[in-house]
Design a protein around this ligand. Structure first.
Ligand code: FUL
Length: 743
């Protein structure tokens, strides 16, 4: 059928459908009948399409997460819930600066932590005093969310709210509502508060307990007085639980669907967590996910790991549901702002790489930028955002297929025109008037009405009149970005090799990313020898048989500093490993006038003379020395159920210490230290506590964490004790411990 006809049908259908239903003959949830064969299940999967809200959310592609609250001032990742509201001593706030930075970056929506796990609210809620209303911020009259909502309207950024179901204040406070075993009774939402009438006169009646009433009342405030709200973010993490508190999510959902009809709900049936917080992405990201119960009636949505959408995962499904992934990670080490000295910031190479792998891997990228104690996005973060925004525009703002000969439905920018291939395959040839040089190729399926179908594809270029494979991939979905070494050609051929039924392609485009000098990695041996080398990119170069070096050239020279300053072309030239006792090494590759991303590593003192003892060791494989051997793949793991697992380190010399770096095991979930204590001694017998440190939720982002001591301290012996393990584990595991010395 002609594309224009498809467009008219699609438009007519769109006008009459509500949010809950998708377009055309596709549905956002399709029931599997008991007698359905494997093939029929796969065919049904091909007709699972996004709701109108989900599709609008997919098109946002790249959004901003903002974590802000008392943790910004305590420098913790997880609060206790009993922080004095005066801790939130915010004197300045510039949400316009936040929104300008988002705009420059090309971000479309911001999700703001209106209430994190600590239960402190950052808006003038009627239903608690534990928030900005009791803080010094504008003498208790400030409303961070209100400022942000105004800035969002001013800069055209959509607004989302993060409202943590976990609430430590309501758990810890003697009159707290969380898990107080209150009766389930009929409650009217919103509960009227004297002198604080709502403009929105909608009311609801739910049979709920105290905490769910509290939560519903706060949702009502957020959804009616700051909107329109386009994403509601429910965090699945719980530092603590109490009284078997249950969540009446179906009541929450009714409120959201009524009061925020354009919103998607993260952490429930609209958007799922990608399964990690370190920026990792799947090779094949399916939006069509099997369920064993009706997702529209479910109260709980467990985290999804592995490869949930592959064909083998569909067998046994009772329902197939459109359930897109969101890749959320932070630009800094941790979700909240801590400091400029020790809190590492991702460089532009790293963020741009995650952008291409997430947005270009059928996921939505939610990048967290934590405002500092001055109420502003830190300058270094803004610089990275701006550089990444520039690279996105420079690369994807120009389509090298402009003027090409090929199927118009593929080459135009009309999401309602698309090409259907044959059953399970398709071949598309694009011929250009002049040769182009490309190293990126972008594909989009017509998921709006046709669902996600492509399972395997390959891209070829005509070189010396021969088809040469330049890239290959599996799923496409809303968007796939193929990355490969640059090739110059006048002819491209895209072949769909496997698909769940007739593949539907609505868009292809070609691009060139101006390669920066290579990303670098800085490492140091036990003896203190520092090595700096190019990072092999995440691309699967070997998959397409290309030697990645040919693409990056070897013209790059590496310059570095060891005094904390930013490397320039005049800095020390790296010509091989060099000895470095401790402190920050910053490195940058230069290629003619192009500068690569800055990479920095802070090293503790050399450890070759150290000895270490553990309070217990799970087995020889997890011996204590693994924690100081310089090999992050080996780690110490204590016995299970040991009260306070401890490492005692003899530095063999007395030094002045200013902090430590804890590296958790990368692929081992037991015993990651969320909270710990540091003690020091001159003689190994009498100990002095230096600091308690809180690292929050490491399980989903097990990367090195730096703890800066409030005050430098002289010692020869150091004890690191685990006080709380991630996920309630009662052991401790340490891949590396490094100690930072005061120069
Ligand atoms: C996790 C939380 O525990 C972190 O503090 C952060 O909010 C992250 C986005 O989600 O579950």
């Amino acid at each position: 059928m002609y594309p224009i006809v498809m467009k008219i049908i699609s438009l007519v259908l769109t006008c009459f459908l509500t949010n809950a239903v998708a377009w055309g003959q596709g549905q956002s949830t399709i029931k599997i009948e008991p007698g359905d064969s494997g093939e029929e299940i796969v065919r049904k999967a091909a007709w699972v399409v996004p709701t109108i809200n989900q599709y609008a959310y997919k098109k946002l592609e790249y959004n901003c997460f903002v974590h802000f609250g008392p943790n910004t001032f305590t420098r913790n990742e997880w609060g206790s819930g009993m922080e004095d509201p005066k801790t939130f001593d915010l004197q300045d706030l510039d949400t316009d600066q936040w929104c300008r930075a988002m705009k420059d970056a090309g971000m479309k929506l911001v999700v703001f932590t209106a209430k994190h796990h600590d239960g402190f609210v950052l808006w003038q809620s009627r239903y608690t005093r534990h928030g900005v209303m009791s803080s010094p911020f504008r003498d208790g009259k400030g409303d961070v969310l209100k400022d942000l909502a105004a800035s969002c309207r001013k800069y055209g950024i959509k607004l989302g709210v993060y409202l943590s179901p976990a609430d430590l204040y309501q758990i810890e406070h003697p009159q707290g509502l969380y898990g107080n075993l209150s009766e389930y009774t009929e409650r009217v939402i919103p509960r009227p508060v004297e002198g604080r009438p709502f403009a929105n006169k909608t009311t609801f009646t739910f049979n709920v307990d105290d905490y769910n009433e509290y939560f519903l009342n706060q949702l009502f405030e957020l959804l009616t007085e700051y909107g329109p709200i386009h994403e509601v973010w429910f965090d699945g993490a719980h530092p603590k639980r109490k009284g078997g508190q249950k969540y009446n999510y179906l009541a929450w959902k009714k409120l959201i669907r009524t009061l925020a009809p354009e919103a998607v709900i993260f952490g429930k049936e609209d958007v799922r967590w990608c399964g990690n917080e370190s920026g990792g992405t799947r090779v094949s990201e399916w939006d069509v996910i099997p369920f064993t119960e009706d997702p529209g009636q479910a109260n709980h949505f467990p985290d999804i790991h592995g490869d949930p959408g592959k064909r083998e995962s569909l067998a046994g499904a009772k329902y197939l549901h459109y359930f897109p992934a969101e890749t959320n990670t932070s630009i800094r080490e941790g979700w909240f702002y801590r400091d400029e000295e020790t809190q590492r910031v991702r460089n532009a190479d790293d963020v741009f790489d995650i952008y291409e792998r997430s947005v270009g891997g059928n996921s939505t990228f939610l990048l967290n930028i934590p405002p500092n104690r001055e109420g502003r996005f830190p300058e270094e973060d803004v610089t990275v955002l701006r550089e990444v925004g520039k690279r996105i525009t420079e690369t994807y703002g120009t389509d090298l297929l402009a003027g090409a000969q090929g199927d118009k439905a593929l080459l135009d920018d009309d999401e309602d025109t698309y090409l259907l291939g044959e059953e399970g395959k398709g071949t598309y040839v694009i011929t250009l008037p002049q040769p182009i040089t490309l190293n990126r190729f972008l594909l989009q399926e017509a998921i709006k009405t046709q669902g996600q179908r492509i399972e395997k594809h390959v891209l070829e270029a005509s070189v010396d009149n021969r088809w040469q494979r330049i890239a290959q991939g599996t799923t496409v979905g809303y968007k796939k970005i193929l990355r490969f070494p640059a090739v110059t050609t006048r002819k491209l051929r895209l072949r769909i090799l496997e698909a769940r039924t007739r593949p539907s392609l609505s868009k292809v485009s070609a691009h060139y990313y101006k390669l920066r000098p290579p990303r670098l990695a800085v490492s140091r041996s036990l003896e203190g020898q520092v090595t700096i080398q190019p990072v092999k990119d995440n691309f699967n170069w070997k998959l397409i048989g290309i030697d990645y070096q040919q693409n990056l050239g070897n013209a790059a020279e590496i310059r570095y500093t060891i005094d904390g300053t930013t490397p320039t072309k005049k800095s020390s030239l790296y010509s091989g490993a060099f000895f470095h006792t401790s402190g920050v090494v910053k490195a940058r590759a230069f290629e003619k006038d192009l500068a690569g991303g800055i990479v920095e590593r802070e090293f503790g003192m050399t450890r070759k003379d150290w000895t270490v003892k553990a309070s217990s060791t799970g087995s020889e494989k997890y011996k204590a020395h693994n924690a100081i051997d310089g090999d992050v793949s080996s780690f110490w793991h204590s016995d299970e159920n040991q009260a306070t697992p401890t490492l005692t380190i003899d530095l063999k010399q007395r030094v002045e210490l200013k902090g430590l770096i804890y590296t958790p095991p990368a692929n081992f979930k037991e015993g990651l230290i969320e909270q710990g204590a540091i003690k020091v001694s001159r003689n190994g017998k009498s100990w002095k506590e230096v600091q308690i440190f809180d690292l929050g939720n490491l399980v989903n982002d097990p990367t090195p964490r730096t703890v800066k001591f409030d005050k430098a301290v002289k010692a020869r012996y150091v004890q690191v004790t685990a006080l709380r393990g991630a996920g309630g584990s009662t052991s401790a595991s340490v891949a590396e411990i490094e100690l930072l010395v005061k120069k």
